[in-house]
Design a protein around this ligand. Structure first.
Ligand code: PMP
Length: 424
């Protein structure tokens, strides 16, 4: 086995050092099963972070479906194939009836890029509204509206950003916080209209994951949607992180957030690691786009991808993974709330379902150093988590949905002792 140091040196000489790895001492995994990784040293690590292996690492049903379909037929998307259509039907069954069409892609970036293209074409406007700390993907359009990751690409002139308030940080009455946020949105819309860009769409993650899962005022997302629509724009929900039952209470994050989108984008967990993504929309929107665009994407939604996606939905249903996320999420959130009460450096517990966090602050100021130390302490206890937010001060606990009752106490006990360790 190549040592981690040697492999890292080889990576730097080939892939380069600019796609950062997690941890001061990166981990080198050789295999994974369910919610457990095996490291090169042979030691096991509990996965409390990864949402891509949604139904578990190396899930047998997904692996078998991919292998079987690959051994039977795989082809680009210009031939008819029942498996692809059956998967589209099964996926759309999880949506409200109004959202009844899907276009497939290969990554979350592709899905968001396509959703923006559709919105621009339908509205005849180009202006975009995003949060002021967000990430939606790698393409040039998306880099031009990225605010939550370093890029050398400046914000496009037709992009306006909106500060997403957090009631755990802003102590004013909720109504005042909401009114301020919506006034900022009104100004952004007016600015896009005055400069002639108009409003094509707003694009938000309904859980505001990259932003650090702020506790937003009730009515914020619906208020944004209402104003964007009144300005002639469409509403895009980026469900790359919030979708597929992550919140526990809902299959789709927009429903959790009380949002009624025109377009929903998804990726990451959709194929459990096999690259597949999607844009779900209505017949009206698709017809308006399709009547003037012949849409072809070679690999997107091919039979093997459809097999992977179908296996994910079947596993979720058979094992009740969304309900499990709800039940385990409640137990976990209660402990997170206890941690917040017990430690004066934890400002608040965050999140819902199997997507939880703790916001670290000292003297009212974000404490990213403490969050980083807890992530490293957790690693020393062989549990993987990460951190998010503008200040990187919020722990990010977002395990595969296959996470079970047996693993939850391991994670929670490791977190309790890690918090105690950084307090000392
Ligand atoms: N949207 C969100 C909310 C994401 O978290 C990500 C990836 N981190 C993307 C889009 C981009 O997805 P991909 O990397 O599959 O292109």
């Amino acid at each position: 086995m190549t040592s981690t140091a040697e492999l890292l040196a080889r990576r730097n000489l080939t892939i380069g050092p600019y796609s950062p790895l997690f941890y001061d001492e990166p981990l080198q995994f050789t295999s994974a099963s369910g919610v457990w990784f095996t490291e090169a040293s042979g030691e096991r690590y509990l996965d409390g972070y990864n949402n891509v292996p949604h139904v578990g690492h190396a899930n047998p049903r997904v692996v078998h479906a991919i292998a079987e379909q690959a051994a039977t037929l795989n082809i680009h998307t210009r031939y008819l194939n029942e498996r692809v259509v059956a998967y589209a039907e099964r996926l759309l069954d999880t949506f409200e009836p109004r959202l009844d069409r899907v276009l497939f892609g290969n990554s979350g970036s592709e899905a968001n890029e396509l959703a923006i293209r559709i919105a621009r074409q339908l509205t005849g406007h180009t202006g975009m509204i995003v949060s002021d700390y967000s990430y939606h993907g790698t393409t040039i359009t998306l880099a031009g509206l990225t605010t939550g990751l370093q890029t050398a690409v400046p914000l496009d002139p037709n992009v306006r950003t909106l500060r997403i308030p957090d009631l755990d940080r802003d102590q004013r009455p909720e109504a005042a916080v909401l009114a301020d946020a919506l006034a900022e949105l009104d100004a952004a819309i007016a600015s896009l209209q005055e400069t002639g860009f108009g409003v094509a769409a707003c694009l938000f993650d309904p859980l505001f994951s990259t932003e650090g899962m702020p506790r937003v005022p009730a009515g914020l997302t619906a208020g944004i949607a209402e104003r964007v629509r009144a300005a002639g724009g469409l509403v895009i929900a980026d469900e790359v992180q919030s979708g597929f039952g992550r919140t526990g209470s809902e299959m789709w994050g927009h429903r959790y957030a009380g949002l009624d989108p025109d377009l929903v984008t998804m990726g990451k967990p959709m194929g459990n690691g096999h690259p597949i993504s999607g844009v779900v929309t209505s017949e009206t929107v698709l017809d308006a786009f399709g009547s003037t665009n012949e849409f072809f994407n070679t690999f997107a939604g091919n039979p093997v991808s459809a097999a992977a996606g179908e296996a994910v939905l079947l596993e979720m249903a058979e094992h009740g993974l969304q309900d499990r996320a709800l039940a385990l999420g409640r137990t976990a959130r209660a402990r997170f709330d206890e941690f917040a009460a017990a430690h004066d450096f934890v400002r608040a517990a965050k999140g819902t379902g199997m997507f939880l966090g703790l916001d670290f602050a000292v003297d009212g100021e974000p404490a990213p150093g403490l969050a980083k130390r807890v992530v490293e302490e957790m690693k020393a206890r062989h549990v993987l988590i990460s951190r998010i937010g503008r200040d990187e001060s919020v722990l990010k606990v977002r395990p595969p949905l296959a996470f079970g009752e047996a693993e939850l106490p391991i994670l929670l006990d490791a977190l309790e002792s890690s918090l105690d360790a950084v307090r000392r």
